[in-house]
Structure formats: C-alpha cells, structure tokens
Design a protein around this ligand. Structure first.
Ligand code: CIR
Length: 258
C-alpha cells in the first residue's frame, strides 16, 4: 500500500553533540558518523517510493535533525506543534516555511502556549491518533490537538507515559493492525485491539521502527526485532542509528512522513 508520497528530513548540525540527552544510552555522538548514518537513512527512505526533501543543517538548534517533533503532518492538515523542550521550541519557525510548500494556508494549524506538544508523542493509526502525555506534551496541548483533529474528522486519545521520553519511544504502528510494543506499553488497555508484537527488554530501543509504504525500516543491531518484523511479511531495511540513540533519538524522530 502506498500511503506516503513525501518525507522531510533535516541534516544534523555540528552542534548535534550538544543535543538533549537523558543519558540512557551513554556517549557523545560522533558527528562524522552521524552524517554517514543520515546518508544511509535518506537512501533507505528513497527506496520506499517517497520523495525526500532534505533541509540544510540548522546550527541554531542542536536537536533540529529530529524533525518529527516540531510538526505533525496528516493527509488532511499540518499541525505545527509547540515543543515542550525550551531549546527546541524555535525549530518550528523554519520548518513551517517548508511545510507551506506542501499544504495550503487554511490547512496549517498550530498548537499554542500554554499548550505544548511534540510529534514524537503522536502515533497515527488510520484516522485515530494516540497522544502521549509526557514531560514535553501537556494536557492543554493535547486538548488543542484533539480539537483540531476533530475538525478534520480524526479522533484522538491520550496515553499516560511513565518512563519513556515520547510515546513512540516505546510503541509504533506498522499498519495492518500490527503494533510494536515495549516496556510500559505491553499491557496498556489503550492498545488491546491491535496485534501486539512484544519487544524484549534488551531490544527496547528498536520498538522505534518506521513503516513506509509496506517497507519497515528497523534500527541495525536488534536481531529479535528484525526477525519479528520480517516474519510479519514486510520488506525490511536496516539503518544504523547509534549516534542518534545517544540523544534518545530513533528512526521515527529523524523524518516527517506524509
Ligand atoms: C530530544 O530530547 O528532544 C532529542 N534529543 C531527541 C528527540 C527524539 N525525538 C522523538 O522521539 N521524536
């Protein structure tokens, strides 16, 4: 099934090494290696039948390659978020200029203060959106988001987060009713209607895979997840994201797919 025609990515900047990190995956990113991994990521996406728009690095924002967080792009509208991380809040400004090339003015919406929301907390499952309430996404942000989505005929429900940074750190939808779940999401009632593929604790990072037009991109180095995704019948591409993992970033964080 072809669902996405476009992908937006942003090249990592040199200040990537100053990006926010929880320290869960220790180490300082190697910038040159991060660039090579980004090249491979773009190549993998291009193999999935999408047009990849590559934005230049933005040294003003160390985390700006994690382009998923400042916007949520749907078939019917674009929602510019209001990132809860202070150092990332201004990332929306230049990204919106690019999004305007793809969406008409009247279909571009905004989350505004005191509401905060980051795209990593949003998981799209058909016409329903799950939104994680996290350190980055607050109650008012979710209220605005749900209200906006409703105007476009979408539904939305909140998922309380306990340990992870973003919702999609631990749960990701692969279409066809298939859901990769790890840790705190394994037993959550919110996801009872999906076919759950449970990720072993030692491979929890790889819960963050992305489905792009029937190909699933899986982070390199997670054999159990790779095998599980393959056995579901998807074409699989692996990409090494070791340098982004040091900043709690995964495959989904590095692109906007629409
Ligand atoms: C941050 O803490 O904001 C970045 N270092 C990582 C963002 C990861 N984004 C995502 O999960 N969507």
């Amino acid at each position: 099934m072809k669902k996405f025609n476009n992908v937006i990515v942003r090249r990592p900047c040199r200040r990537l090494v100053e990006g926010i990190t929880s320290g869960l995956y220790p180490g300082r990113p190697d910038y040159e290696l991060a660039l090579k991994q980004h090249d491979s990521y773009i190549k993998a996406l291009a193999q999935c039948g999408v047009r990849v728009t590559v934005l230049p690095a933005d040294e003003a924002f160390p985390d700006s390659c994690f382009v998923e967080d400042p916007a949520v792009l749907t078939e019917r509208c674009a929602i510019i978020t209001n990132p809860g991380a202070a150092s990332r809040n201004g990332e929306t400004v230049s990204l919106e200029k690019t999004i305007r090339l793809f969406y008409p003015e009247e279909r571009i919406e905004h989350i505004t203060s005191p509401g905060t929301l980051e795209g990593g907390d949003v998981m799209m499952c058909g016409d329903h959106f799950f939104v994680g309430r996290s350190e980055r996404t607050n109650e008012e942000g979710i209220r605005q988001f749900a209200q906006t989505l409703a105007r476009y005929g979408y539904t939305c429900s909140e998922v309380a987060l306990e340990h992870v940074l973003h919702l999609k750190t631990g749960v990701n939808y692969l279409e066809n009713n298939n859901l990769l779940v790890s840790g705190e999401f394994i037993d959550k009632a919110d996801f009872r209607d999906y076919r759950k593929i449970v990720i072993p604790e030692e491979e929890a990072y790889a819960a963050n895979c992305i489905w792009v037009n029937d190909t699933v991109i899986v982070p390199e180095g997670y054999p159990a997840v790779l095998e599980a995704v393959r056995s579901l019948g998807y074409d699989v591409i692996t990409v090494d994201t070791s340098e982004y993992r040091k900043l709690d970033g995964g495959l989904s964080c590095l692109s906007l797919r629409f």
